[in-house]
Design a protein. Structure first.
Length: 90
């Protein structure tokens, strides 16, 4: 059994990003870290991939997790009130 090494659940211990693209990337990273925290056995994790890789509902659910993470990050960054379209502070 190969164990996934522990990772911080929030890289750099912050949700602040410089722009929405970085926020989206952080959301994907957070979602992946959540899955790794729940399933630490890399062999089991990899064995399940063929099942969910072809499961439309499973992929939609995974996309939803990323969307929720992104919404949290966007709120933490207050993008819609304090940043311009390029992510610059107003």
């Amino acid at each position: 059994m190969t164990q996934i090494p522990p990772e911080p659940l929030v890289p750099g211990n912050t949700l602040l990003t410089t722009n929405p693209e970085d926020g989206r990337a952080l959301a994907i990273t957070l979602a992946r870290h959540t899955i790794h925290a729940m399933q630490r056995d890399l062999d089991v994790l990899k064995a399940g991939r063929p099942q969910y890789a072809n499961d439309a509902l499973g992929l939609i659910a995974a996309g939803h997790v990323v969307a929720v993470e992104f919404a949290t990050i966007a709120a933490a960054n207050d993008y819609w009130r304090n940043r311009d379209s390029e992510g610059n502070q107003r």
